[in-house]
Each structure stands twice: as C-alpha cells, then as structure tokens.
Design a protein. Structure first.
Length: 249
C-alpha cells in the first residue's frame, strides 16, 4: 500500500468516525430490529422452495432471523455507501488538486465502504446467531457479505445523484420492495416470475439455502450475485473517478 493510499484511507476512516450516526446504525439498529422482529413473530408453519427444487417446512419466526439480518445489512451498507460517496463528492476533488493521487482517493473510499460493510455483516450475523442457527454458515455469511457489498455500491450510486435525505428514503424503498416484499419467502413460497430482475433474487436464494439446506444447491445464485457485484463495483469506480476529476486512464 502506497504512502498516499494509506494517508487517504486514514482520512476517509477518520471522516466516517466523526459521524456518531454510523456507530449507532451499525450496532444499535440491527440489534433492536432483528431481536424485536423475531420476538414479535409467531412460529406459524411455513413451507418454502429452495434452489434445486428442494422444499422445506419451517416457521415464520425462523424465516425472520436470516431475513431481517439480510435487510439490516442491505439498508446499513447502502446508507454507508451514501455517506462515503457524499464525502468523496465534497472533499476528494480538493485533495486531488492538492496533490493526492486520484487512484488513491478512489481506492481509499472503496476500502472504507468494504470495511463498513464487513462491520455491518459481523454485527448482524452475530445478532442473528443469538436467535437462529442456520444449517450451514458459509452460504449465509457469503449471502450477507454479497448483500452488503452490492447494496453498498447501490447506495454509493444513489448518493452521487441525490442528497442524503432523498437517498435514505429511496434506499429504504428499494430494500423493502426487493428484499422485504418481492424476494422474501415469508410472502412467496416460490419466487415470483420477475424476481430474478432484481439484485435481491440471488442473494435470497443463497441466504435461505444456507439457512435451511444441509447440502449446497445455490451455485447458480452465487454466480449471479457475483455478476451483480462486478457490475455494481465497476459502476461505483466510474462514478468515484468522475467525483475526483479523473475521467480518463
């Protein structure tokens, strides 16, 4: 890591630490929402379809554990993406003009976004583990991490277009529609026909396969989620490069 990149990353991390809202969002919000929502949900039996044509019978309360963890990761990562992008738009161009290499400024912001996403995933997964034990942890963690990275990138893109308040409302709408209504097995035993058009489709398929299946059936979902991540990451890189005034090379 170059000296410029280390300095830029430290400044970007310091910028986020100055925001007390970030710590509250990452720790307190998922703890309250996940624990409260599961406690308030009745253990009503529910049969759902998993990837590979597998059907399992569980309960609405059990579904709420991984489902709410995923919602929290998506919402928090997207909001952090907005914060990171707004900070870049407000300050990074001046840093580049002052001599900071533009590539370092871009990579520093991406590093901060990934670090914040990891923190959100660890907190939400830890809280979920207090009330729900999945059949297989690796697919669940992979699904949560991909959810955070994809929605963090989406939040960054929204933050480049809208102010923080408008971006927050739009993110809340997108997360609730995609992960909370269209994809959730609490509403649909089988995904609706157009669900695959949204980024939450492979994320949910991967998440619930890990949560309830003892054998992995979600290879296709994993590959599709990685495709979404690649596209979102490339888009964020382009927007950040423009934010710091680097449009070529």
């Amino acid at each position: 890591m170059s000296t410029g990149l280390r300095a830029a990353t430290r400044m970007a991390l310091r910028d986020q630490r100055r925001r007390p809202l970030v710590s509250i969002l990452i720790v307190l919000v998922p703890a309250y929402v996940i624990l409260w929502s599961v406690a308030e949900t009745k253990p009503t039996p529910r049969t759902i379809a998993l990837p590979g044509g597998v059907w399992v019978t569980t309960t609405m309360r059990a579904l709420h554990g991984p489902g709410m963890a995923e919602l929290m990761v998506a919402f928090l990562a997207a909001l952090l993406g907005v914060f990171v992008m707004r900070s870049a738009l407000e300050g990074d161009r001046r840093l580049v003009l002052a001599g900071l290499p533009a590539h370092d400024a871009v990579l520093a912001r991406i590093t901060v976004l990934v670090a914040a996403t990891v923190a959100a995933v660890l907190v939400s997964a830890g809280i979920m583990a207090m009330i729900f034990t999945p059949a297989s942890w690796p697919p669940v963690i992979a699904a949560l991490m991909l959810t955070g990275l994809i929605y963090g990138a989406i939040g960054a893109l929204i933050g480049a277009l809208l102010d923080k308040l408008a971006a927050t409302y739009l993110i809340l709408f997108l997360v609730m529609v995609d992960l909370g209504v269209v994809q959730s097995p609490m509403f649909h035993s089988v995904p609706v026909s157009a669900a695959w058009l949204l980024p939450g489709y492979p994320l949910d398929r991967l998440l619930y396969d890990g949560a309830f299946a003892h054998r992995f059936h979600a290879t296709g979902a994993l590959l599709l989620a990685l495709g979404w991540l690649l596209a979102a990451a490339l888009a964020v890189q382009v927007v950040l490069r423009r934010a710091v005034g680097l449009t070529t090379g």
